[in-house]
Design a protein around this ligand. Sequence first.
Ligand code: PLP
Length: 443
Amino acid sequence: MQELVIPSMPASLDAFWMPFTANRQFKSQPRLMVSAKGMYYTTADDRQVLDGTAGLWCVNAGHCREKIIAAIQTQAATLDFAPTFQMGHPAPFALADRLAKMLPGDLNHVFFTNSGSEAVDSALKIALAYHQVRGESRRTRLIGRERGYHGVGFGGISVGGIAPNRKSFGSLLPGVDHLPHTHNLEQNAFTRGQPQWGAHLADELERLVTLHDASTIASVIVEPVAGSTGVLVPPKGYLERLRAICDRHGILLIFDEVITGFGRLGTGFATDYFGVIPDLVCVAKGITNAAVPMGAVFARDGIYDAFMHGAENAIELFHGYTYSGHPLACAAAQATLDIYEEEGLFDHANHLSGYWEEAVHSLKGFPHVIDIRNLGLVAGIELESIPSKVGSRAYDCLVRCFENGLLIRTTGDIIALSPPLIIQEHHIDHMIEMLGAVLKEID
Ligand code: PLP
C-alpha cells in the first residue's frame, strides 16, 4: 500500500487556465479533490465524495487501483520512453494484440493516440487517406451529427455538433455536414433503454448522399450513445440503418466509443451491445482507467491492408504522436484490462444495469425533472431550464451535490451519471438519495 502524499493547498489558483470551466466562478469557490480510492474522492477539506461520474467517464475500474499503480511504477523504472517512429518497444505490440482480440469482427489493427480528441482526428485522417490510397480521392466530405461530441481537435469540433464548442474557432474544416440528432422529448421522454421512435432519422444520411453524391463522402462519425451532450440513447434500429446506408454507398462508419468503450454499457464496447460493426472505432478514457492518458483507433483489416502496398520502405501513413504507444500508458492499459477481466467488471455492469435503471427512474416526478434516460451504467436526467438562465439549475445541483458528498456531471440542464463499474447497489441507493434530496432543495 502506497503512502499518500496529500498536496498542500496552492498559494494561488490564478495561473492554471482551467479547461471547460467558468474560471472566475470556480476560483472564487474552488472544489478541490486531493486523493481518491475505489468509489470515493477525498476533498481538500477532508470530505468523502461518491464518484457518480467515474471522474470524467473514465475511471471505470474505480480509483487508485494497486495493480495499475504497480504496473506504472515498474514500467517507469524499466523503460520510461522509447520512440515508435521507425523504432519500437514490445509494449504497444502486445497491447494492440490484446485489444484487437476484444473487438468483434475484423477490427484487428490499433493506432495509438494520447486522448479521445486525437483518436477522433486520427480516425478522420485515416478515413480520408484510405479513400485516397484506393484511388477515390474525391471522397473528402466528413459527416457528423448535431449534438455530437468528438473532442476538441479541429476535426472533432468540425464533425461535432455542440454549438459553443464551435462558434469561437473560425471556419473549421471545409466539406462537413451533419445528421440531425435523435433527441425528442415529445416522443421519447422517460424511455427506459433504447427509444422505439427515431430510427427513421438515420435515413437523413440518404438525403445527404443525394445532396452531395456518395462519391464525395469519406465517412460518418457518431457516438453510439452520445454522452457529453446529455446522454442520448440511439433509437432501436438507428445504428443498423446507418450501417446499411454506409455499406450501400461505400462510406466508412466511425463509432466514437470514447465513453461507451470498456464496459460502460455492460459489454466490452457499444459495437458488441448493438451488434453493429463499424469500420473504425475511437476509444480513450477507460482504456487505462484514466491513470495515464491514452487513446486509440481500431481499424478493420480492409482499411489497414489498403495502406500496405507500394515500396516496403515507404511510410504508409504520415501521422503519429511522439507518445503513440507510450510505455507507461501501455503498462496502465494492460493492468486495467487485467482488472476488467479478473473482476468481470463488464458483466457486473450488465448485471447491475436493471437495478440502475429502476433507481434512476425513481427520480421521475421529482421537482424540475422532465426526462430520464439510461442504458448500461449511464443515465441522463434532464431538468427544466429556468428561462434565460439555461444551465444554472443543473449547476446549482452540481454544487449542492458536491457539498453533500456526490460528484455529478452537467451539460446545460442535463445531469449525467456514469459511475465506476465497481459500483454496488448500496452506492446506487446513496447516490439517488443524495441527488433526490438536492432536487427537492433547489429552485
Ligand atoms: N469523444 C467522445 C465521445 C468523448 O466523450 C470525448 C471526451 O469526453 C472525446 C471524444 C474527447 O476525449 P479527450 O477529452 O480525451 O480528448
